[in-house]
Design a protein around this ligand. Structure first.
Ligand SMILES: Cc1ncc(COP(=O)(O)O)c(C=O)c1O
Length: 376
C-alpha cells in the first residue's frame, strides 16, 4: 500500500501569502527558510557566460566535486576523496538517496521531534519507521547521546541536524563525539543533515565527519549559498557505499542541472558576499530575540545558527492550523505552523524565518507588536 504522508502546512500559508500579494497586500515572507538575497553575483556572472558556450548535457562537474571535497579539509580538517561527493538536486534528494541506499523497508530510523518535516515523511514514503525522540527546552530541542543510548531496541539509523530546523540550535563538538561513540557501539548508521553549516552566530557548527568518518552527510547550495531555486546539493557517502548510491542516481534523476553546477563552483568562492548575508541574519536574529518575548512568544532557544526562531505562542493554549493564516491575513506577516515540525507539542509553536532583510524584520515587528498586544 502506498505510504500516507502529510503535506507541509507552511506551503498552505505561503499560497495564501502569494494570493494576498496578488490582491495588492504587502506581505513579509517569513514562512520558508528561503534567503531573499539570490545567488552571489559571481555565480550569476558565470551562469550568464556559460549559457552561450555550454551545451548543458548530462554532466557532473569534476571541478565542483573537488571544490566541495576541499571545503571539508578547509572547514573541518577532514580529508575527503572527491569521488565520495554525489551531486544531487538539493538536500531533499540527497536525504532520499542516503536513506534508500543504506536502509531497508521496515528499518527504524531515529529523528528529533521537533525536526524537519521531510525526515519523517521521507522515511514513511520509503516504508521505513521514524522513531521520533521528543526533545524539549532542556536539551535546546536537540538530540543527545543519552537519548540515543536509551532507545530500545537500537534503531538502524539516526538523522541529526545541526544547526537544526526549526530551532537553529547546534549540537556542540563534545555531544557530537558522544553521539558518534554511542552509535558506533550500538551499530547505528548516522545521516547528518548539514544544510545550515556556514550560518552560525555563536560557534561554527562541527561536521559529523570529524567524529564518524563513515557517517552520511547531506548538504545543499540552498541556504548559506543562497541558491534555493538552482536545486543543487550533495551527498557525501562512505567509499564502500558510493557505487550503490550512484546506481540510484543513474536511475532516479541522472544528473543535477549543469547550469547550477557551473554557478555553484563560483558561489563557493564568493565568501565576502555570503558572509555579508550572515551579518544581516545576525542583526535580524538580535532584533527578534529582543522583541518577541515582550510580545508573549516564549520557550525560545536562541538559535546558534540557521535562520529560524521557534517560539511558543503564549496567548493561546494551542496554535490551531488556522493561526498562521489568521496572523497572515491580519498583519501580512507569513510564518510557519509548529505542527509541521512536531505534530504533538508543535501545536503551540510557530517558526519565524529571518532570512529576509533587516528593514523587513523591523516592519514585521511593527505589525506583530500591536496584533499580539491586542490579544494578551
Ligand atoms: C533541515 C533541512 N534539510 C533539507 C532541506 C531541503 O533543502 P533543499 O532541498 O532546498 O536543499 C531543508 C529545507 O528547508 C531543511 O530545512
Amino acid at each position: 500500500m502506498p505510504a500516507q504522508i502529510e503535506p507541509f502546512q507552511a506551503i498552505g500559508v505561503s499560497r495564501l501569502a502569494h494570493a494576498l500579494k496578488a490582491e495588492g497586500r504587502s506581505v513579509i515572507h517569513m514562512e520558508f527558510g528561503q534567503p531573499s538575497t539570490g545567488a552571489p553575483k559571481a555565480a550569476l556572472a558565470v551562469a550568464h557566460s556559460v549559457l552561450d558556450t555550454d551545451g548543458m548535457g548530462y554532466w557532473e562537474s569534476p571541478a565542483l566535486k573537488s571544490r566541495i571535497a576541499r571545503h571539508y579539509d578547509e572547514a573541518y580538517g577532514v580529508a575527503v576523496d572527491p569521488d565520495r561527493v554525489i551531486l544531487t538536486c538539493g538536500a531533499s534528494p540527497a536525504l532520499l538517496l542516503a536513506l534508500i541506499s543504506n536502509f531497508d523497508p521496515g528499518d527504524r530510523v531515529a529523528v528529533a521531534r521537533p525536526g524537519y518535516v521531510a525526515y519523517r515523511n521521507t522515511l514513511r514514503a520509503l516504508h521505513m519507521t521514524p522513531v521520533e525522540i521528543a526533545c524539549g527546552p532542556e536539551s535546546r530541542f536537540q538530540l543527545t547521546a543519552e537519548h540515543v543510548a536509551a532507545l530500545e531496541p537500537a534503531p538502524a539509523g539516526l538523522i541529526i541536524a545541526s544547526p537544526a530546523n526549526p530551532t537553529g540550535t547546534i549540537i556542540g563538538g563534545e555531544e557530537l563525539a558522544a553521539i558518534a561513540a554511542v552509535c558506533r557501539e550500538r551499530g547505528v548508521r548516522i545521516v547528518s543533515d548539514e544544510i545550515y553549516h556556514g550560518l552560525s552566530y555563536v560557534e561554527p557548527a562541527r561536521s559529523i565527519l570529524e567524529f564518524e568518518p563513515d557517517a552520511l552527510v547531506v548538504n545543499s547550495f540552498s541556504k548559506y549559498f543562497s541558491m534555493v531555486g538552482w536545486r543543487l546539493g550533495w551527498l557525501l557517502s562512505p567509499s564502500g557505499h558510493v557505487a550503490r548510491a550512484r546506481a540510484y542516481v543513474g536511475n532516479l534523476y541522472l544528473t543535477s542541472p549543469s547550469l547550477s553546477q557551473h554557478a555553484a563552483l563560483a558561489a563557493m568562492d564568493a565568501r565576502d558576499e555570503l558572509e555579508a548575508n550572515v551579518e544581516v541574519y545576525r542583526r535580524n536574529r538580535a532584533l527578534l530575540l529582543e522583541a518577541l518575548p515582550a510580545m508573549g512568544l516564549g520557550a525560545i532557544a536562541p538559535p546558534d545558527g540557521a535562520f529560524y526562531i521557534y517560539a511558543v505562542v503564549g496567548l493561546l493554549s494551542e496554535v490551531r492550523l488556522g493561526f498562521c493564516k489568521t496572523l497572515l491575513r491580519d498583519t501580512g506577516v507569513a510564518t510557519a505552523p509548529g505542527i509541521d515540525f512536531d505534530p504533538d507539542a508543535g501545536r503551540r509553536f510557530i517558526r519565524l524565518s529571518f532570512a529576509v532583510s533587516t528593514p523587513q524584520i523591523a516592519e514585521a515587528l511593527e505589525r506583530l507588536q500591536p496584533w499580539f498586544a491586542a490579544r494578551t
